[in-house]
Design a protein around this ligand. Structure first.
Ligand SMILES: NC(=O)c1ccc[n+]([C@@H]2O[C@H](COP(=O)([O-])OP(=O)(O)OC[C@H]3O[C@@H](n4cnc5c(N)ncnc54)[C@H](OP(=O)(O)O)[C@@H]3O)[C@@H](O)[C@H]2O)c1
Length: 282
C-alpha cells in the first residue's frame, strides 16, 4: 500500500491514486476479484449501487482482515433514487450491503439533467447530510459537466471532493478536467484504459515497447503522471497485478503528449453523454 501515492481532497481526506474498479463484475464473482486485488495490494475499491455488487466488496474486505480504516471505499447513488427520501433509503442500503458504518466517498452517479425537473441540487444537499453525520467521509459527483458543477457552486455550500468522469487517451474530457483543476475538484478517470480498447493502439504499443511495459501499464501511468485518480477493472488475476505495477517507471513528456494527442473528442467516448443520459433503470 505504501507505494501508492495519495491525493488530498478539498475536505482534508486523502484518496489512494490507484484503486480497483468493479463495474460489470458479476455479484457472484465480486468477492473473489476484490480478494485478489487486496492480496495484490490495492486499498481503494470503487463500487456503486448500480453494479449490485456492494455486498461482495464488503465481504472481501472483512474476510481479508484488513482494518476498515486502511481501505478507501467509494459507492454511488443509483439513478432512480435522486429524490431526498429515496436517496436516504438507498444510502442506508449501501451501508447495509457493504456491512460498514461509513463509506469513504459517496457520489451522485449521473446528473440526469433531463429528469427530476432538472433538480440535482436537492440530491446534492441530501449527500451533504451524509457527510455531516459522518457516514460519508467525503462526497462527490460523477459524470457532471461544467454547467452542472457551476450550478452546485452557485446554489450549495459544498464543493464536490471529486468528479468521476470518463477520461482516457481517446477521450480527454478536457473542459471538465480543467474546471476541476481550477476549483479544487479531483478528477477520477473512469474507463482509464477505454474498457480495454486502447491497448491495441499503435502509438500505445510503440511507447510500451520502448519503455518495456505493457500497453495497459503505459496508459495507467499516463493518468497517474497527469494527476488523476484511476481504478482499472479486471477479473483476470494476472491483469489485476499488472495494472497495479505502475509506480516503478516514468513516461517522458513526449510520451505523455503523444497519448494526449489520441483524443477523438466526443467520438472517443465509450459511454453516454451526461447531458442526454436519462436512464433510471441501469
Ligand atoms: N461513474 C461512472 O459512471 C463509471 C462508468 C464506468 C466505469 N466506472 C468505474 O471505473 C472503473 C473502470 O472502468 P471500466 O471498468 O469501465 O473500464 P476499464 O477499467 O478501462 O477497462 C476494463 C476492461 O479492460 C480489460 N482489462 C483490464 N486490465 C487489462 C489489461 N491489463 N490488459 C488488457 N485488458 C485489460 C478488462 O477485462 P477483464 O476484466 O476480462 O480482465 C475489462 O474488459 C469501473 O470498473 C467502475 O468502477 C464508473
Amino acid at each position: 500500500m505504501s507505494q501508492i501515492p495519495v491525493i488530498a481532497l478539498n475536505d482534508g481526506a486523502k484518496v489512494p491514486q490507484l484503486g480497483f474498479g468493479t463495474y460489470k463484475i458479476d455479484p457472484d464473482q465480486t468477492a473473489d476479484a476484490v480478494r485478489t486485488a487486496l492480496e495484490v495490494g490495492y486499498r481503494h475499491i470503487d463500487t456503486a449501487q448500480m453494479y449490485r455488487n456492494e455486498r461482495g466488496v464488503g465481504q472481501a474486505i472483512r474476510e481479508a482482515a484488513i482494518e476498515r480504516a486502511d481501505v478507501f471505499v467509494t459507492s454511488k447513488l443509483n439513478n432512480g433514487f435522486h429524490e431526498p427520501d429515496d436517496a436516504r433509503r438507498a444510502f442506508d442500503g449501501t451501508l447495509a450491503a457493504l456491512g460498514f458504518d461509513y463509506v469513504d466517498l459517496f457520489l451522485i452517479h449521473w446528473p440526469l439533467p433531463t429528469r427530476y425537473d432538472g433538480d440535482f441540487v436537492s440530491t446534492w444537499q441530501t449527500l451533504e447530510e451524509f457527510k455531516n453525520d459522518g457516514r460519508a467521509r467525503s462526497i462527490g459527483v460523477s459524470n457532471f459537466q461544467v454547467p452542472h458543477l457551476q450550478r452546485l457552486a452557485r446554489e450549495t455550500d459544498t464543493t464536490p471532493a471529486v468528479n468521476q468522469v470518463e477520461v482516457h487517451p481517446y477521450f480527454g474530457n478536457r473542459e471538465v478536467r480543467d474546471y476541476g483543476h481550477e476549483h479544487g475538484i479531483v478528477t477520477e478517470a473512469w474507463a482509464p484504459i477505454a474498457r480495454g480498447t486502447v491497448v491495441d493502439d499503435p502509438d500505445v504499443t510503440r511507447i510500451a515497447s520502448a519503455v518495456g511495459r505493457s500497453p495497459a501499464q503505459v496508459v495507467l501511468r499516463w493518468h497517474i503522471q497527469r494527476g488523476d485518480v484511476v481504478f482499472p477493472k479486471s477479473v483476470t488475476p494476472q491483469r489485476i497485478a499488472e495494472n497495479f505495477a505502475v509506480f516503478d517507471f516514468d513516461l517522458s513528456d513526449d510520451d505523455i503528449d503523444a497519448l494526449a494527442a489520441l483524443d477523438k473528442g466526443e467520438a472517443g467516448r465509450t459511454g453516454p453523454n451526461p447531458d442526454r443520459f436519462d436512464n433510471l433503470h441501469t
